[in-house]
Design a protein around this ligand. Sequence first.
Ligand code: ATP
Ligand code: MG
Length: 333
Amino acid sequence: PPRVFSGIKPSGGLTLGNYLGAIKPWVGMQGPSYQTIYCVVDLHAITVWQEPAELADGTREIAAGMLAAGIDPEKSILFNQARVPEHTQLAWIFNCVARVGWMNRMTQFKDKAGENAEAVSLGLYAYPSLMAADILLYHATHVPVGEDQKQHVELTRDIAAKFNHDFGREFFPLTEAVIEGPGMRIMNLRDGTKKMSKSGESDMERINMLDDADTIAKKFKKAKSDPEPLPEEVSALAGRPEAKNLVAIYASLSDQSTEAVLAEFGGEGWGKFKPALADLAVEKLAPISGEMRRLMDDKAEIDSMLERGAERAREIARPILRETYEIVGLQYS
Ligand code: ATP
Ligand code: MG
């Protein structure tokens, strides 16, 4: 079956955006149609400063979140990136395939570097090259991600195509991003034009998977909205980013279309919709966060699960890296 690869950085606690845009669709892809490989991408996290003492626990927390949400380590290969050194080995080769001009077009780098582009790490700049290695090390053809990662998956195709062209072999597949449904771009609760991020400045701008019911209710209550009631038509959400986002969250959490949500709530005010949204979020998230906390109590169990996953990942990765080295003309033992 075609291979699926995707990952999440331990750069903070999991958010509702990570859940709806990534983990929830990943759970649905498990099964006979795909071989699913999911990774806690700890090497990506250190592109910005991480406290060493927190990084290892952060890695376990992301893994616990994936398990609690339904990633099954029997059906999927689940591991952390640092346990599989082939990722960085392939990334170096891709650093020599990718062009500086390609990296300069990456909007995520511009967003994350901000005004300070000279002072950020070289790793942050080269990040998309490591991401291409994560994917192509497994010859993965499908990458389920949120919309913010679309440009990086396109760059992965560019790297694969240039490698294949330069070395005259159709070796790496041209990977496709899988981006579907209303949960693919969850926005910041205080500013509907920015995405919700685990590393964003204010805790009030995001729902964390580990937030308790009161915190979730408070965050939705304080979430920015607008003075108009909810519209009857999806087209009327245009130009209303905060309204659009809150409706999309409801739709994604309840597995409904935006149309269906507006059929129910169109014409209602925020005083009715926001508490309904908070109740729905608590209903869906509480079982996951409860299970996450339980799993996080047993660090040794998570670590050995990640170790087993890494061994399975390396079985696929090693021969692909070996062949890559041969194609390039590198000697390898
Ligand atoms: P950071 O702020 O550190 O970049 P993040 O919240 O953006 O953290 P990532 O680890 O970069 O999380 O991304 C993990 C996955 O979650 C990716 O597939 C990404 O597309 C998805 N994702 C992240 N934020 C959102 C969002 N707001 N809506 C939908 N999907 C998202
Ligand atoms: Mg991100």
